[in-house]
Each structure stands twice: as C-alpha cells, then as structure tokens.
Unconditional design. Structure first.
Lengths: 384, 397
C-alpha cells in the first residue's frame, strides 16, 4: 500500500479578500435583519403592507380626526346622527373620556369626599415605592405598614368613621374599585397561597386532602362561577338575618380564586428546593416554622417571582369580571357611561373601551416589567 | 456503657415528651382541623337549610323537568321556550364546548404563527409579533370581548345594507349569514368514505413505519393521508349522486332570509378568546423552542439532515415536552374564559344556568351543576393531556 498521492498542496498565500462590508452602518443592518433571504424580503414586504394598511387609519382615528373637547354627544356624532361632525367622520371621542374622567376614577363617590380617596392613594404610593425599591432600607417595617397598617387606615378613610361621614360601597366605583380589589386580592392571596402550598406538601393526610380539594376545585372552575357562588351562596351560608356587603362578597371571591392559583405557583418553588436544605435546617435544630420562614421560603419565592407576578397580573385583569355581577369597576363604569343617553354615539363605546384597555395595559405592563427587573436583580447564580 | 444507660429513653413517657412527639402533634392537628371543618360544614348546612325553608325554595333537581320559558339565541339542538330547564342547560353546555373547540383550534394556529414570528430573524416580523403579544397579554379578556362586540361588530351596517362577500355571504350587525348546506339522501356514503380514509391512513402509516425500520425506504405518508382524507369522501359524495343543495340567503327589504346565521355574540366571543389566548400560546411556543439547545440542531445538521427534517424530527419533539403542560392549562383557561360570554349574552353553560338560577332560585343545585361540569371538563382534559405528555416524554434508562 503506497501512500496516496496528494494531488494539491497550497504553497503560496491567497490574495487578501476585501474587508467585509461595514457591519455597523444601517444599510448592512437592513440587509442582515430585513432582507437576508428571498423569504425574508417577502415577509418584510408583507409586514410593511400590513403596517401601511393599519397605521395611518389608527393614527388618524386616535389623534388627527379625534374629537378632543365637548360636553355632550354632538361633538362625537356626524350631522346625519344629529351631531356637528361632517358626514363620514371617523374618529375617537376623547371628549367623552375627558368629560367622564372623574367618574372613571372615583365612581359615584361623593364629590366633596374625594380627597379621602386621593389621600389613600398618596399613602399607598408613598408606602409602595420603598417596598419596590431593592435598595431602600427597613423593608420589614415598610411591608408591615403597607400590608397591615395601611389596609386598616384605608378602610376608615374610604368607608368612614372617626368623624368622617360614611360612604356606602355601592357608591364606590371606577379605577378605585379595580385597585382596591387587586390590592386586597394580592395581600390575601400571597399568605393564603403559601399556607395552601405548604398544606398540599404536608405529610398529614387530612390537611393535605383539604388543601388539594380546595385548590383543584377553585382552579377547575371559571372565576365567574366563583363570583356567582360568592354572590348567591355566601348569604345562604350565613345565619338567617345576617347580610354581607356586595363589595365584600366580590372581594372574598377574588381573593379565594387568586389564592388557589398562587398556591400552585408557590408549590412549584417549594418543589425546586433540594431536600438537603430542609434536612440541614432540621439538623441545626430549627423548628418547622423556622425552617420554612428562614430557609425554604426565601429561596422558593425568589425562584417563582415571575410566576407570582403573572398571578398578580391575572388577578388585576380578572377584577374586571365583577362588572358582570353588577359592580362598577373601571370596565363596568366605562360601559355604564357609554350607555348614558347624553353620550350615545357610534364612536363612544369603542373610545371608552380603548381608554379602559389602555389603563389596564399600563398597570399590567408595568408589573411585568418590574418582575423582569426583579428577576435580574435577584439572579444570584442559581439558574443555569 | 454507663453513658448509654443515662441517655436511654425511660419506659414511661412523661407528658412533656408526649407534647413534643411529632407523631402525636400531627395527629392532634389533624383531628383539630377535622373537628373545626366538620363544625363549619354542619353550621353552613344548617344555615342553608333554614334559609331555604324561610324563602320556600324546594331543594332537589326536580326543577330540571319543568318548562324553562326563556328563549336561547343560538342552539345546536332543537330548543324552544317550551323545553325544560334541563334541556336549556344542555344547550348551554354544548355551546360552551363548541366555542371552546373552535377557539382552541384558532388560538393554537395563531399562537404558533406568532410564537415562531417572535423567534424570526426578520426584525420587523419579530417586533410586530412582540407588540401583538404584549398588547393582548396585558388586557382583560372581558375587555377584548367587549371590544369586538360593542366596538367592532355592533358598528357593522344593518342587515338591509349588509356587506356582501362573494359566495352569498353577508356580514351585518345581526351576524354572519352564509349559505346553509342541506344534505340529501345518501350523504351517509360520505361519512363512510371518511371513516374508510381514516382507517386506511392508520394502516398505511403503520406499514410505512415498519418498512422504513426494515429497509430504510421512506414513503410519503403525509400526502397519501391527505389524498385519502379528501379523495374517499369525494368518491362517496359523487357515488351518491352529489346530494348537496344550498339554502342561499336572500337580501330582503329589511332583513336577510334563509341561510345559516352565526350570531355576533358567538363571533365576538370566538375572536376575543382566540386572539387573547393566542398571545399566551405564542409565549409558550417561543419558550419551548428556545429551550432546545442549539447543539441539537447543529448535531442534526452535522448528520446531514435537511433543515425541515431537523425541525420536524429533532427540535419540535423536544420542544413539545416543554410546550405541552402549559399548553394544556391554556386550553383549560380558554374553556373557562368562554364563560365570559354571559357579559354579551352568549348562551353558554353559565349564562343559561344563570337564567335558570334567577327564575327558579335553585342556587345550590345550579352551582353544583356548574362545578361538576367544569371540573369534569378540567379532569378529562388533564387526563388526556397527561396521557399525551407521557407519550411524548423523554424515555430514559
């Protein structure tokens, strides 16, 4: 076997190739990101066509043709519909939102008492910001103030007492109700969810069964049936003659519903903590609750922060369902107002819904951005 | 020796060590919980019975057989206001299942497209898909339903000025009217053809797999199946003498007559659920595909697999393992969210049940029906998906 004859060996350097076309300029970027392959060219053209079809109409509707000022339906209706706009007019009716903005925020809360809502909101923001800032000191005291002291103060401020006149809950409405429902839902569902998750992982069969049944039943049915249950069944459960406030019924429904979902998220975190952590804590002589509080929960919760915030976002969106059982949250009050005869015009409902959607979107998007920020902040290298 | 003797447990345990015994404690806590819970349940039972007696409401399911007396806009089975409450609830259940089925199909397709779009190397497509996901994920589904219903569909023209789409399809604020197919005699042959096609497709796929295992030769199973599924029913259709006529909607002076109508409530709910859930499915798909490490596709390319085979045989099966469990819960969410149809008057289970509840006052019974039905749907879906998941799961040593 002779060695195979090598047919070609390069013995001189190739001439240098020209440098790749500048990769920093915009033409190269467009070529790489928009026009890389023939398929990409087609897709880009299709996407541009879609944008060209939708964007001008949207901008026109939202800003250019939109009617910004006015106090009744005439500014948002064409002449044929009994208004002042030219026939064929097609725009948003921001005048409606502007006219009813106070109602969208406060509902039918009495005018002269609205400072109380604003004060509560200011307190809430003042307490919330330090809790959200990772570097702010005295987290424990702050959380105690926000989740224990603040709800009591807020209850008396909003509902009345200590010299403040009473404002019945049917008068509450708008964004205020949405925020109260979400805050209470969050404040109740987190601790209750933790307890349910611990119960579900407990070695005691009775407690485990109760938790599993509760979680699975609530998660298996739609929120609206839970709200109906809270609305129709709760009065039946109480001794004859007792009544329970409508607002409180909705609160109970929303909070229980969110707790079941929260429990499953937390359980995911608990399962991810290796058994050695519990065993190590026990061998140091920590009791069950000390182990949970000092060793397990801080690690477990950190792992599932995205899931927890997703549950919060879900809860915030779900509060809109109380409008079905006759309460006026943000969505409910917007709907109530666009059925008002002073503002009946074709452009009004869609404007109101776009406004409500934008409000919900801001809160939910803000929460999801904050969760992403916290995830990066707390990422201390456990994840691969 | 002596050390052990000192520390050895004494025979008669004193009270203190009994209190600190974890077993005793656990039994004590469980008994206490059980007692408290039983007390609560008995108290609630007592209260419910007294409250019901005071309001003179009979308990039991006898009301299901009495006349309902309300109309339902959209029904898959025959229903009039003379039908019973039981039938009304079944109509609602069928509507729930129908909207869930339609919504799941559209949401899956749309979600797949958007999820893949977000992973696209094309900047514009990726950004558009991101905007879609971020908008719809952060808005309540109820608002999306109202948007379609009050914002879009109710601004459509009256039936007499309906928008006409070629093929005698009309779009108006009363819904979508389209030609209604009427199946004549011998339509059964089409179904027989379809059944035969399904059986043949299964047989061919088994045979093709066995042959590929033995000889390595491939067989175009996908195209054959498609051909069978279209061809055999078509042969049945022609053999029966094309027994199909259409009830074509006609534009009258004020209204459209004839044809089949899809109510605007259905369209609004269907579009809203599809668009809303698709944004979540898109995120699940994206996470699933990104979880397959790049080395997998690189290794597949190194083995000489074509890009389409790499996607189909290497990437997707691994991504599916991550995708299926959250996808299941999205399907369940869509089914549960279909209950929001009550807000726009779509007659689903919660809506017809709610009317029944209001008319008869049988709160406990109606809520029990809701619970049983939704829990059964949930459990059935999870069982099916667990089976599917087990089939797809990684087989390890």
């Amino acid at each position: 076997m002779a060695t195979r004859k090598i047919t070609f060996v390069r013995d001189s350097m190739l001439p240098p190739q020209p440098a790749p076309q500048a990769s920093g300029n915009s033409a190269a970027w467009v070529r790489a990101n928009l026009l890389a392959t023939p398929k990409d060219v087609v897709m880009t053209l299709l996407a541009l066509a879609l944008l060209a079809y939708m964007l001008p109409g949207m901008i026109n509707w939202l800003f250019i043709e939109a009617s910004w000022f006015g106090s009744d339906r005439s500014v948002c209706a064409t002449i044929a519909q009994g208004g002042i706009q030219p026939n064929g007019w097609h725009g948003a009716c921001w005048a409606f939102v502007e006219d009813r903005f106070a109602q969208f925020v406060f509902g039918r809360y009495p005018l002269e008492e609205r400072w109380r809502v604003l004060l509560t909101l200011a307190l809430f923001v003042a307490l919330l910001i330090p809790v959200l800032m990772p570097k702010a000191p005295r987290k424990g005291l702050n959380a105690l103030l926000l989740f224990v002291v603040f709800p009591v103060v807020a209850f008396f401020l909003l509902h009345g007492g200590f010299g403040l006149s009473e404002v019945e809950t049917p008068l509450w409405g708008g964004l205020m109700v949405t925020l109260i429902l979400s805050f209470v839902g969050i404040a109740v569902s987190l601790p209750l969810g933790i307890l349910l998750a611990l119960g579900r992982r407990s070695k005691m069969p009775v407690i485990k069964t109760i938790c599993v049944v509760f979680i699975e039943v609530i998660r298996g049915v739609p929120l609206i049936t839970v709200l109906f249950m809270a609305n129709v069944m709760l009065p039946l459960f109480l001794p004859t003659g007792w009544t329970i406030d409508n607002f409180l019924r909705a609160l109970v429904g929303v909070a229980l519903f969110a707790s079941a979902y929260m429990a499953e998220v937390i359980r995911g975190g608990l399962q991810a903590i290796p058994k050695g952590q519990t065993e190590g804590a026990e061998s140091l002589g920590l009791s069950y609750w000390q182990t949970i509080r000092l060793i397990i929960l801080p690690q477990a919760i950190k792992l599932v922060i995205p899931g927890i915030v997703n549950t919060f976002i879900g809860l915030f969106k779900d509060t809109s369902l109380v409008s079905i059982i006759g309460m006026f949250d943000l969505l409910g009050i917007v709907q109530l107002n666009f059925r008002d005869s002073a503002w009946i015009a074709p452009a009004v409902p869609i404007t109101g819904l776009v406004f409500a959607g934008f409000m919900f979107w801001i809160f939910c998007f803000g929460m999801s951005r904050y969760s992403a920020f916290m995830e990066r902040h707390l990422d201390t290298g456990h994840k691969r | 020796m002596t050390d052990h003797a000192i520390n050895a447990p004494t025979k008669g345990r004193d009270l203190r060590s009994l209190i600190y015994d974890p077993k005793v404690r656990s039994i004590f806590f469980q008994i206490a919980t059980a007692v408290i819970l039983t007390f609560f349940v008995l108290e609630i039972y007592h209260n419910v019975t007294t409250n019901l007696q005071q309001s003179n409401t009979a308990s039991g399911y006898a009301f299901l057989n009495s006349r309902a007396g309300f109309d339902i806009g959209q029904s898959l089975i025959a229903y009039t206001s003379d039908s019973t409450y039981g039938r009304a609830i079944i109509v609602g259940l069928l509507n729930t299942l129908m909207i869930a089925f339609c919504g799941i199909i559209t949401a899956t397709i749309l979600g797949f497209l958007v999820g893949l779009g977000r992973l696209s190397k094309n900047w514009l497509i990726a950004k558009l898909c991101t905007v879609y996901v971020e908008v719809f994920r952060n808005i309540p589904p109820l608002l999306v339903i109202f948007f379609w219903y009050s914002g879009v569909l109710s601004t459509l023209p009256q039936p007499r000025d309906a928008i006409q789409i070629p093929g005698s399809i009309f779009l108006s604020n009363r819904g979508l009217t389209f030609p209604k197919p009427i199946w004549g005699d011998g339509s059964g042959l089409i179904l027989i053809g379809l059944a035969a096609a399904i059986v043949a497709a299964f047989a061919i796929s088994r045979w093709a797999k066995a042959r590929q295992m033995a000889t390595g030769k491939q067989f175009p199973v996908g195209w054959t199946t498609l051909g069978l599924l279209i061809g055999l029913p078509l042969i049945g259709f022609l053999a029966a003498g094309a027994p199909l006529t259409f009830d074509i909607p006609v534009e009258g002076r004020f209204n459209l007559s004839g044809g089949a109508v899809v109510a605007p409530e259905f369209v609004a709910l269907y579009l809203a659920l599809s668009f809303y859930t698709a944004s979540f499915i898109a995120e699940i798909i994206r996470a699933g595909i990104r979880s397959v490490s790049k080395g997998q596709s690189e290794a597949a390319f190194a083995l000489g697999l074509q890009p389409s085979h790499t996607t189909r045989l290497v990437v997707v099966p691994q991504a599916m393992r991550i995708i299926i469990p959250p996808l299941t819960s999205q399907y369940l969410n869509l089914t549960k969210n279909s209950s929001l149809g009550i807000a726009i008057g779509f007659p689903d289970l919660v809506s017809t049940g709610g009317t029944t509840l209001n008319q008869t006052g049988q709160a406990v019974e109606v809520v029990a029906i809701w619970l049983v039905v939704y829990l059964s749907i949930s459990i059935a879906t999870s069982l099916f998906m667990n089976w599917f998941n087990a089939k797809m799961a990684l087989v390890e040593r």
